[in-house]
Design a protein around this ligand. Sequence first.
Ligand SMILES: Nc1ncnc2c1ncn2[C@@H]1O[C@H](COP(=O)(O)OP(=O)(O)OP(=O)(O)O)[C@@H](O)[C@H]1O
Ligand SMILES: [Mg+2]
Length: 354
Amino acid sequence: MLFDERPKARREDLFDRVKEVSEVIDAIDKGRPIIVLSGIRRIGKTSVLLVALNEVNVDSVLIDCRALKENYGRRELYALFSTAFSSKLDKLRDVLKGIRGVSIMGNYVELKWSGRDYLSLTELFDKLNRRRLVIALDEAQRLRGPLANEVKDAIAHAYDYDRNLTFILTGSEVGLLHELLNVDDEESPLYGRYYHEVALGRFSVDESEEFLRRGFSELSISVSDDVITSIAEYFDGIPGWLTLAGNVYAGTRDLSQVRETAIKIAMSEIENLIRVKERTSPIVARRYETVLRCIANGSNSWGRVLRCLEDEEGSTISSSVLHNIITNLEKLSIIKDYEFLDPIYREASKRLKG
Ligand SMILES: Nc1ncnc2c1ncn2[C@@H]1O[C@H](COP(=O)(O)OP(=O)(O)OP(=O)(O)O)[C@@H](O)[C@H]1O
Ligand SMILES: [Mg+2]
């Protein structure tokens, strides 16, 4: 079902993405050490990843890094790995059995994260390397934080020595993901390591319309061409929004409710993001809101955003302050060149108080 809101895992549920899925499968088959799957939120990264992993003839574990809090510790990180291994125990039992620091209790795998028998990630990867395995880290930019270098050291070690392992990293905050990998920085553990990147783009208007038609037809709902065109144009080829829109329209037959539901979701995502900033400084958090609102209302250059922010605050703002905010919004894949990458985020930002 196209309008199923969970990430798709089977090829028959996935609309198009033929090229991208093949590219990921091909990179796995070639035994590439690191594959990066990048693209803005809701573009279909997890779906492409799951379909590719389902189709390759190699065992895999999927680690959902979105579950990590900002200042996660080793306990949380290892718990995430444990959960991932536990869910694949039927396939991985023989590899995991006998590794010092790994206990298998019933259907649960426990990794020792401290004390005697502590198992470092480097050791773990070396042991897993006994046979071919894909380790997928979904939303890998969340690995940033105090343990980032430990994780990167382990991946760098595996890159050099563990030829049987392939890492796939996905990320919707694309700038942060590249910053985590930081292959151009001599100080970075992953310096000089090549990775194969598959970037997911949006659907064209035609593809979006086709997606919607097929989705409605699966639900045996007949919808006019006007409605299809209007949804396709409004959601700008982002499959996650098209899926949501299809569901809401199927339930309400009301276009304004479709838009309103999406904007409310985007609002709460932006507010969550700003709440993170608020913990450091309420003033900075408010500035993020103002900058987003200025750009949403058409300030499309450095000078215009600066003037808009200064007008709002009634005082002079140093350029380094604004530079920081703009750079961070870019790294989060919210804006690029003073434009929103997601039109729903733009609509939601117009409503921010600031
Ligand atoms: N090609 C596709 N065909 C059918 N449904 C899709 C496709 N791509 C994405 N979707 C749907 O869109 C939504 C978002 O997809 P998915 O979770 O795979 O994207 P994502 O890029 O991983 O998102 P996020 O950044 O939020 O993790 C899901 O409901 C999924 O089912
Ligand atoms: Mg995802």
